[in-house]
Write a protein that binds this ligand. Sequence first.
Ligand code: AMP
Ligand code: ZN
Length: 495
Amino acid sequence: MPQKLRIYNSLTRQKEDFTPLNPPFVGLYVCGPTVYNFVHLGNVRTFLTFDTLYRYLTHLGFKVRYVRNITDVGHLVGDGDEGEDKIGKMAKLEQIEPMEIVQRYTNDFHQVLEKFNFLPPSIEPTATGHLMEQIEATEALVQKGLAYESNGSVYFDIEKYNKEGNNYGKLSGRNQEDVLNESRDLDGTDEKRNPQDFALWKRAEPEHIMQWNSPWGKGFPGWHLECTCMSTKYLGPEFDIHGGGMDLKFPHHECEVAQGVGLNGKDPVRYWMHSNMLTVNGQKMSKSLGNSFLPGELFAGDHPVLEQAYSPMTTRFFMLQSQYRSTLDFSNDALKAAEKGYKRLINGLRMAKKLVYQTSEVPLDEVKIKDIQKSIDGFYEAINDDLNTAVAIAEMFNLLKYINMLNTGQLPFAALGENVFQSLRSNFILFIEEILGLKEENPEGEQILLGMLELYKEYKANQQYDKVDQIRNCFKEQGLVIRDLKTKLDWAYSE
Ligand code: AMP
Ligand code: ZN
């Protein structure tokens, strides 16, 4: 069945069929982290959304160029046009080079994402690696009359932009009054023609440690410009998908639209996708609100809210259980439930990998065959419907039911026929591993466990039940159980 992905486009505020500009190539740009502290689980949720999208587009056969930047300059404390650079501030506090801060937290970011089984992007450009492009873009906007220099800084002129028939606010749905109200009074207002104008280049005060020469004197680029320059450089002036967290829609992405239109006379992005927030008690998880959880705290269970440790794959599964456009609330109970679900699924994955078709003289069970086909189609329909991983996972649990029945012998393989069985098995494995990016976490000790099962079998045959119990307890202490079926002996994760 050819798959047709539909995605919700924040620009048009509706779901649309995804058709790339230049198939089979797809350009995907995702705003990466500002590397001035450890990534928290909220950040992880947004990157997971786009990892899932990247995986699925690749699965559909598209050749995706996935660009995810590293913001290593220009993001100011408070997210506006005034104040210290987030990285510069940390460097001063610790009395080290800003690039040491950048390297430390970039390393952390990579390690965290690897633990969660994220695929690396095709290109990971940095803002400081693209200063020439940002200076050139600023000059071009000044030349076009869409930006002006003021006291060594350069600002984008929103009034002029709108007078030329454009609409600053069209992505976030803000009108001019909203935009004005949301523009901070203190954001360099005296330098700006209008308070809503935003910085393309900022003059650096002597104490600002990250600064470069420019046609306007020493300064540094505005935060919004880097993404315009890097996406244009690697994906072109018009590309397919741009993603990020919902909180970036305004002003960051709104400014990107204006810069792109201003520079190239066309909308830079065809589909804007925004992932919703991970919340804690209904409030956005954020470092500045003091309610953020670090992945390390979760893996160690080292947080007052957590009753135990949770693994990266449990967390990935927890996040996939909700569609990316709904908020997701983080709690110990929700993680505990997710852990159960994840273990059931991985037990199914282990079984599915070992299942081998066996012929027997039973008639085909048409009801079950239809139900299996329905769930396989249902999985695709759910993912095609704006990456609805919540529904897709429910379909997978229906498939799991049949994997379990085949494993216990309750359902003879021949009742499905070889083709349906192979389709069930291969799709189940593909959905879990390739599309949802889940995997078994502790397969290293498999050989030792199998050796222990051999001993268990021997002790049982010799009726040495105290030894049998000892081995059972040993498994239990590791969070595992022995599944002693009539047909086979195996171990599984305790659910
Ligand atoms: P930052 O490093 O703060 O720019 O954030 C990196 C990415 O994580 C951005 O796309 C943000 O929108 C996203 N993000 C930040 N906080 C959350 C949250 N609580 N839930 C989901 N995404 C978030
Ligand atoms: Zn960005």
